[in-house]
Design a protein around this ligand. Sequence first.
Ligand SMILES: Cc1cc2nc3c(=O)[nH]c(=O)nc-3n(C[C@H](O)[C@H](O)[C@H](O)COP(=O)(O)O)c2cc1C
Length: 190
Amino acid sequence: MSNYKVGYFVGSLAKGSLNRKLANALVRLAPDEVEMREIAFGDLPLYSYDYDADFPKVARDFKDAIAAVDAVLFVTPEYNRSIPGGLKNAIDWASRPWGQNSFTRKPSGIIGTSPGAIGTAVGQQHLKSILSFCNSPMMNAIEAYIQFTPDLISDDGVVNSESTENFLRDYMSEFSNFIGRVFTVFPRSS
Ligand SMILES: Cc1cc2nc3c(=O)[nH]c(=O)nc-3n(C[C@H](O)[C@H](O)[C@H](O)COP(=O)(O)O)c2cc1C
């Protein structure tokens, strides 16, 4: 029986996404007390507040999926030194209608991979700013900027580097600890 349900967002919609490989590795390496489930957002239309009075089913289901987890984990690439537009659109949906922000008091973590040397560091700073406004308690450390080298992680999440595997296992363990710490301050929301 898991203690914490973690919903993860893969920021990339690409079929061959490196960040999906990373997410698959994190699912493999999560500690036993953490149950990982993906929260997909690719079918959401572009958000407008015109929808606020009557959210479409796909958006209601999306918000329900966030409500059903204890914490959220963003596994995202950096696009043009920020986060991909699809992920920002999903966050905008989740944050509305006004007064029903899905991220309030929902613990979050951010991790990402890129072939570039700084491994999504700038995009993650943007995401921190967004999640801060959305009132999500974020794990500040361990930071995780993963430079993706060829074959680092297989499609199904097998990590071909012992040091990277150990780091990702530690990251998930610390994220679990962080969720527990948040719950000592805020009541569990699900
Ligand atoms: C529109 C676009 C913008 C990008 N901008 C960045 C960037 O700012 N920093 C970076 O490290 N890589 C950048 N890249 C390269 C991505 O890191 C690379 O495509 C990686 O595979 C994206 O992760 P994904 O495969 O999970 O989508 C960009 C790629 C695209 C398609």
